[in-house]
Ligand binder design. Structure first.
Ligand SMILES: Nc1ncnc2c1ncn2[C@@H]1O[C@H](COP(=O)(O)OP(=O)(O)OP(=O)(O)O)[C@@H](O)[C@H]1O
Ligand SMILES: [Mg+2]
Length: 288
């Protein structure tokens, strides 16, 4: 239900959201935790930035920030300061490597882990206001099926799901797809299979997942976006608090992320057809 106060906000969101037609909003999510979302977001953002794309990474794992730590940044302010009205989004955005910009989440703040409807609208309105300055907004969400996760996924144009070869990662991603489809009317998902030994292994995993979704969720479309090889350079870069694309640009894992970025950068945002992913601003209609 949209209340009177939220209706005014909605109007702004609708009008401004329609202005930035080149903007693509991506949500990167997973069923199980620790499958590599934050590393993929940081490095995908780095690859986009190297292609001269303007990228804002939103640490949407609210209350448990870690993309700032992964990139060796130490922001003073975070989304909590925006939601309390102390700061605007522009005031808390920090610069990362290669010109990436980051909106920090704020660690250890339990109140951010479950935002209420009003705060969600406020955050989306603020993001929408600054979004026209970017080619990509990338939400690095937490794992699982919390309301924050489903909210950020519903707000994005494209949902990129990360899974690994572990059976629990696949059962959990299936559970997330099911909830996003049945409770949030999402139909289109793109998969990245991380930490694989070969592309063949990634395709095999995906085929197994699709066999289950085709059978039990026939209206859901799952598309393969790509794979990321398992590589010891990833934990090495994590320990050095730098993107692996920056430290090891010629490693196999960096080439995988480059391929993902090139594939995505060559595409156009969809959005004219009702069957396509909902536009960014439409999330306001589903605020509860
Ligand atoms: N392709 C890879 N090869 C080797 N190690 C990897 C790879 N991807 C991720 N890792 C390792 O997995 C760990 C978890 O990665 P990351 O923090 O990106 O996961 P996450 O999905 O964001 O976790 P969370 O759900 O807690 O947010 C890291 O320590 C990282 O080094
Ligand atoms: Mg993470």
């Amino acid at each position: 239900m949209v209340t009177g106060g939220q209706a005014r906000t909605l109007k702004n969101i609708v009008s401004s959201g329609m202005k930035s037609s080149s903007l693509r909003v991506l949500a990167v999510s997973s069923g199980k935790g620790g499958v590599g979302k934050t590393n993929i977001v940081a490095n995908l953002a780095y690859a986009f930035a190297k292609m001269n794309k303007r990228v804002l990474v939103v640490d949407a794992d609210l209350g448990l920030n870690n993309i700032d730590i992964l990139l060796g940044l130490a922001p003073k302010f975070h989304i909590g300061h925006v939601l309390s009205g102390e700061k605007s989004v522009e005031e808390i955005i920090v610069d990362g490597p290669a010109g990436i910009q980051l909106l920090p989440a704020g660690g250890g703040l339990q109140e951010l882990t479950q935002l209420d409807g009003e705060k969600k609208v406020l955050l989306m309105e603020e993001l929408d206001r600054v979004s026209s300055g970017y080619d990509f907004l990338i939400f690095d969400t937490g794992a699982g099926v919390s309301t924050n996760v489903t909210y950020f996924c519903s707000a994005a144009h494209e949902i990129l799901l990360v899974a690994t070869t572990e059976p629990t990662s696949l059962t959990d991603v299936y559970a997330l797809i099911k909830i996003l489809h049945t409770k949030h009317a999402q139909k289109h998902f793109r998969m990245i299979i991380n930490s694989v030994a070969s592309e063949r292994e990634a395709q095999l995993i995906l085929r197994n997942l699709m066999a289950v979704t085709d059978r039990f969720l026939p209206n859901v479309s799952i598309k393969y976006l790509g794979y990321v090889l398992s590589d010891p350079n990833v934990p090495k870069a994590v320990r050095q608090q730098k993107a692996f694309m920056e430290l090891y640009p010629y490693s196999k894992v960096s080439q995988c992320v480059d391929q993902l970025a090139q594939k995505m950068a060559g595409e156009k945002r969809s959005g004219t057809d009702e069957e396509q992913r909902p536009l960014f601003w439409r999330t306001a209609f589903s605020v509860q």
